[in-house]
Write a protein that binds this ligand. Structure first.
Ligand SMILES: N[C@@H](CCC(=O)N[C@@H](CS)C(=O)NCC(=O)O)C(=O)O
Length: 202
């Protein structure tokens, strides 16, 4: 298996984390997205027509993109995805929340402040992104104030998906000290066996 990735990417980190937790071996092909390395014809035709990492290339030639869809595929049949129908639905609810409410705000602020730099249009959008990030984090806080994990009573791919960018949200200029439930959850997650930091590669 080859993971096409860019190490600072939280979306890529989700997959690196789950593969590590599952004890699955894989190799990494790295791209510098700040230099447009996923936007050439070769990458677009062979890996992802959308021009983005992460992409997981299987030994049989299948290539799966969209980080949360890769998480669902890999977690199927493991303890990282509950078998109970309603709990599975709750996991997918958090995965969609992550992609629509959280990542476009929390991850984009981090990309602007700490990874790619602020684009010309960024300044005008800044208050909207900051309000969106606060809203998403407040929703997480309301769950995590009195629960250990996002779904049920064990860590699932919902936690992996939301951990990836929440644990580096401060790099986007967000004050995380006002979310104590999230703070406890981040520490709980980082104490999991086989946990690795975002810079880890196999
Ligand atoms: N919805 C996608 C988003 C992937 C994404 O935004 N990838 C970024 C890095 S985190 C990327 O490759 N950007 C390079 C580009 O757009 O040129 C996912 O969850 O995998």
């Amino acid at each position: 298996m080859i993971l096409h990735d860019f190490l600072p990417s939280g979306n890529g980190y989700k997959i690196r984390l789950l593969l590590r937790f599952l004890g699955q071996e894989f190799s990494l092909t790295e791209y510098d997205i700040t230099k447009g390395e996923t936007r050439n014809d070769d990458f677009l035709s062979k890996i992802n027509p959308v021009g983005r990492i992460p992409a997981l290339e299987f030994d049989d030639g299948h290539v799966l993109v969209e980080s949360n869809s890769v998480l669902l595929f890999l977690a199927d049949g493991t303890s990282w995805l509950p078998t109970d129908k309603w709990q599975r639905a709750a996991v997918t609810q958090w995965l969609f929340f992550e992609q629509y409410e959280h990542e476009p705000n929390v991850a984009v602020l981090r990309a602007w402040f700490s990874v790619k730099g602020m684009p010309d249009y960024g300044k005008a959008l800044l208050p909207i992104k900051q309000a969106g990030a606060k809203n998403a984090l407040a929703i997480m806080e309301s769950r995590l104030a009195d629960h250990d994990w996002l779904v049920g009573d064990q860590c699932s791919i919902a936690d992996i998906a939301l951990y990836a960018y929440t644990h580096v949200a401060d790099e986007g200029g967000i004050d995380m000290s006002i979310y104590p439930g999230i703070g406890r959850w981040l520490a709980r997650f980082a104490a999991l066996p086989d946990y690795v930091p975002i810079t880890w590669k196999p």
